[in-house]
Write a protein that binds this ligand. Structure first.
Ligand SMILES: Cc1ncc(COP(=O)(O)O)c(C=O)c1O
Length: 390
C-alpha cells in the first residue's frame, strides 16, 4: 500500500541509528537550497569544517563531510590510504571491521586480519605480535563496534602504531560526538563517521578527517586513487580555499549538520560525553535489575549502543515488532554472527535521554510479558532512577 511521506509514522528511534532529531536540526533542513558555488554557501561549509574539527579534536586542515552515509566515509578513508600491494592490518571483531577488510581487499591491499571474538575488543598483544612480524602501512580499527556494543580501548594500539610508524584508520561512526575521541592526540591518519548517530542529523553525510601525512601520502601514490568521487586531493580543492567545483554539495544536509554541530558546541563536548555515559549506565542498571543480561563485560561497554541478550524462549523479532506497532519504538536486531541473539539499543545524540531510558524499560517489560516472560519493572525503574537522580 502506498504511503504519503507526510503520513510517515513518528517513531521513537532507539536502534543502531538513525536517531531522533532535535527540532532545531529539523528547522535547519527547511532553509532555502542555495548553489554549491555560492559565496554564502562557502561560509556554511567553512563552519561545518570548523565544527567537525572541534568534535574530532583535531587541527587537521582536511576535515569535512563526504556526501553519502558512513560507508562513504569508510570508502574515502580506505581508497585514499590504500593502494595495490600495501600491507594492511585489519582488526575485525564485528560486522563493520569486516566491511573495512572487504574494502581494503577491493583496493588490492595485502590484508592480514586479527580475528577477534564478537563482544570483545581487539587485544593489543595481538597487534604487537603482528607489528613485530611484518611492516604494515595501515592498521584499521573500529572504535565503536555497532554490531556488538564494544568500545575499543585505544591507548595501547595508539602507542604501538606510533612506535612502528603505522598509519591508523579509525571507524568512529558510533563514537563521534558521543564518547571521547582525540584524533590529534591519538595520531589518527584517517577517521570517518556518519551524520545520523551521535551527531544528531538525518543520514546522508559522513564526517571525515585526514592528517597532513595522509594527504601527502595520497598525493604521492604510485597508483591513482581508485575513486574519483571520494579522492581527497580533489575534494580538498572544493572544501579548501581554491573552491574548484567537485560535486553538487547538498546545502540542505550541510545546514542540518552545521546546526547539529552548533548544538554540540552549546552543550559542550565533555557534558555531552557525560550525558551519554549517564544514560547508558542507567539503562544497564535498569535492564540488569529487571533480570536481563548485557552481552558485553562492563569494562568494554559502549555508552552509545547497548547489546542485551535475548532471553531463552523469547521470540526476539516478535518483541521488536510489538514495540514498533504498539509504542512506535524502534530498537535494533542482532547483526551478522549475533543475529537472533541480542537486541541493540541506541542512546545517541538527541535520543540519549532520561525519558528514553525509562520509556524503553517499561516498553520492553510489556513486550516480554506478552510472551509470558516476567521481568521486575519496578526494580528496573528504581535502579535506573537512582543513577539518574531523577
Ligand atoms: C561502526 C559502523 N561503521 C560503518 C557503518 C556504516 O554506516 P552507514 O550505514 O551510515 O553507511 C555503520 C552503520 O551503522 C557502523 O555502525
Amino acid at each position: 500500500m502506498a504511503l504519503n511521506p507526510a503520513e510517515a509514522p513518528l517513531r521513537k528511534l532507539m536502534g543502531p541509528g538513525p536517531m531522533d532529531i532535535h527540532p532545531r536540526v529539523y528547522r535547519a533542513l527547511t532553509s532555502p537550497v542555495i548553489g554549491h558555488m555560492d559565496p554564502a554557501y562557502f561560509k556554511i561549509l567553512d563552519q561545518v569544517g570548523e565544527g567537525l574539527r572541534k568534535v574530532f579534536q583535531t587541527q587537521n586542515r582536511v576535515t569535512h563531510a563526504t556526501p553519502g552515509t558512513g560507508t562513504s566515509g569508510m570508502e574515502a578513508c580506505v581508497a585514499n590510504l590504500m593502494e595495490p600491494g600495501d600491507q594492511v592490518l585489519a582488526c575485525v571483531h564485528g560486522y563493520f571491521g569486516d566491511r573495512i577488510r572487504q574494502m581494503a581487499e577491493r583496493q588490492e591491499a595485502e590484508v592480514t586480519v586479527i580475528e577477534g571474538e564478537w563482544g570483545k575488543p581487539t587485544e593489543p598483544e595481538k597487534v604487537a605480535e603482528a607489528f613485530k612480524a611484518n611492516a604494515y602501512k595501515v592498521i584499521t580499527v573500529v572504535h565503536a563496534e555497532t554490531s556488538t556494543g564494544v568500545l575499543q580501548p585505544m591507548d595501547d594500539i595508539v602507542s604501538l602504531a606510533k612506535e612502528h610508524g603505522v598509519m591508523i584508520l579509525l571507524d568512529t561512526v558510533t563514537s563521534l560526538g558521543g564518547v571521547e575521541l582525540k584524533a590529534d592526540e591519538w595520531g589518527l591518519d584517517a577517521a570517518y563517521s556518519c551524520s545520523q548517530k551521535c551527531i544528531g542529523c538525518p543520514p546522508g553525510l559522513a564526517p571525515v578527517t585526514f592528517s597532513d601525512r595522509a594527504v601527502e601520502a595520497a598525493r604521492n601514490r604510485k597508483h591513482p586513487i581508485r575513486s574519483w568521487y571520494l579522492d581527497i586531493t580533489l575534494l580538498d580543492q572544493y572544501w579548501g580555499s581554491t573552491r574548484v567545483y567537485h560535486h553538487t554539495s547538498s546545502s540542505t544536509l550541510n545546514y542540518a549538520l552545521l546546526e547539529a554541530l552548533l548544538l554540540i558546541e552549546e552543550e559542550g563536548l565533555q557534558n555531552r560525553f557525560e550525558r551519554h555515559l549517564r544514560n547508558h549506565q542507567a539503562l544497564v542498571a535498569g535492564v540488569e535489575a529487571m533480570g536481563l543480561e548485557m552481552l558485553v563485560k562492563p569494562e568494554h561497554r559502549l555508552p552509545t549502543l547497548n547489546t542485551i541478550r535475548v532471553p531463552e524462549g523469547v521470540d526476539e523479532a516478535k518483541v521488536r515488532g510489538y514495540l514498533l506497532e504498539t509504542f512506535n519504538l524502534e530498537i535494533g536486531a542482532g547483526l551478522g554472527a549475533l543475529a537472533g541473539q541480542v537486541w541493540r539499543i541506541g542512546l545517541m545524540g538527541y535520543s540519549s535521554s532520561v525519558e528514553n531510558v525509562l520509556f524503553f524499560l517499561s516498553a520492553i517489560s510489556r513486550a516480554l510479558a506478552i510472551q509470558d516472560y516476567k521481568t521486575d519493572l519496578s526494580a528496573g525503574s528504581e535502579a535506573a532512577m537512582s543513577l539518574l537522580n531523577a
